[in-house]
Design a protein around this ligand. Structure first.
Ligand SMILES: [Cu+2]
Length: 148
């Protein structure tokens, strides 16, 4: 009986370890900036194997990295900062132009197309633990994007 209890708790530990390694981030890119432009959007596809929440991040190219959403309001696309972005288990959450994105705010130096832009995202799992994902975005030139 006692043996069975021990086996069960080991099983739980392994499940926890598997969850910790299950955030996949793909197709990461950032919009290249024009000279003097202070903000740029960052986009990617995130898939978590457990329910997680994207709670923030940072980048050496910008003073801050904000989480944003974009919505059509009164016929205009408007950006709004959000505190977190839910990453439901097994679902690919797309951060894409016209919707959710990360925003590089107060960019120090122009981001040139073809550059690699480092960024760190912070995700929180259901047990409250936060971890950092070190990523690289490809800077791309793309058509116009609604401004703030
Ligand atoms: Cu934005």
């Amino acid at each position: 009986m006692r043996f069975a209890v021990i086996a069960l708790s080991i099983g739980c530990l392994f499940a926890g370890a598997a969850v910790a390694d299950s955030v996949k981030v793909e197709n990461i890119w950032a919009r290249a900036t024009a000279p003097g432009q202070k903000v740029a959007g960052g986009f990617m596809e995130i898939t978590a194997d457990a329910d997680m929440v994207l709670v923030g991040g940072s980048s050496p190219v910008a003073k801050s990295l904000e989480l944003h959403t974009m919505k059509l309001e009164d016929g205009m696309m408007k950006m709004r900062q959000v505190k977190e972005i839910a990453l439901p288990r097994g679902q690919t959450v797309k951060l894409a132009p016209g919707g959710l994105h990360v925003m590089f705010v107060d960019i120090g130096k122009q981001i040139q197309a073809g550059e690699r832009v480092p960024l760190t995202l912070i995700v929180r799992s259901a047990d409250g633990k936060e971890r950092k994902l070190e990523l690289q975005a490809d800077a791309r030139m793309m058509g116009g994007m609604p401004r703030h």
